[in-house]
Design a protein around this ligand. Structure first.
Ligand SMILES: CC(C)(COP(=O)(O)OP(=O)(O)OC[C@H]1O[C@@H](n2cnc3c(N)ncnc32)[C@H](O)[C@@H]1OP(=O)(O)O)[C@@H](O)C(=O)NCCC(=O)NCCS
Length: 184
């Protein structure tokens, strides 16, 4: 099954927001990727972190180089990633596989939480998506216990479709629709 996002030009020119840059990954991001994937705090609601020595071996020289994966940079350093990927409709417990062409995911380093960077970067990524694939919808899944993520989803304008049980926890499934015509 293809996991490609769709007919999008990739990588786009770096996207600048008030405080951040969204861009494709580069070799200099490798240490921050490992930090992100090894962080117990980041993975509290995501099934737990991966061991650092395993990541040291497995993470490629240029990690995360695929359409829809943005590195988020603040002050010249990577603080997190946002990914828009094809919606995986076959995940456990999920009863609305028909909704959403793409799925949004976000991972920020704990020291970057509490500044509104997640909201600023995700809004820019959704703008990019709306221009690239007008009229398409984006879905988002998160554990209801993940309060920061729930609050970010609401801020971005995702609306609840369903709650369901999977991986031993209650999951929230929401949807966001891009305008039918490009904003530019
Ligand atoms: C989910 C996640 C990105 C949320 O991060 P966050 O920083 O809380 O999210 P936001 O960008 O919406 O920032 C909101 C916070 O910034 C604060 N803030 C500070 N300055 C701000 C500003 N200029 N503008 C907006 N908010 C600001 C808000 O008050 C709020 O803080 P609070 O929750 O302590 O009140 C982050 O917790 C994370 O990466 N978690 C691990 C990965 C994960 O669970 N992902 C979900 C699976 S998809």
């Amino acid at each position: 099954m293809t996991r490609a996002l769709g007919p999008v030009a990739w990588p786009p020119a770096p996207i600048r927001t008030e405080r951040l840059v969204l861009r494709a990954s580069e070799a200099r991001d490798r240490a921050a990727f490992i930090e992100l994937l090894a962080s117990p705090e980041v993975h509290t609601y995501l099934g737990g972190p991966r061991p650092r020595d395993e990541l040291d071996r497995a993470v490629p020289e240029v990690p995360g180089r695929r359409p829809g994966l943005f590195v988020i940079e603040f002050d010249g350093a990577m603080i997190g990633t946002i990914e828009l990927k094809r919606h995986d409709a076959e995940s456990p417990g999920h009863i609305r596989p028909d909704l959403g062409e793409a799925e949004l995911g976000y991972l920020f380093l704990p020291e970057a939480w509490g500044h509104g960077y997640g909201a600023e970067a995700c809004a820019a990524a959704l703008d990019w998506f709306a221009d690239a694939l007008p009229g398409k919808s984006v879905v988002l899944r998160t554990q209801t216990a993940n309060e920061r993520s729930m609050s970010l989803a609401a801020k971005l304008g995702f609306t609840e479709v369903e709650r369901y049980e999977a991986y031993g926890a209650e999951q929230w499934f929401g949807v966001w629709s891009s305008p039918a015509t490009p904003s530019g």
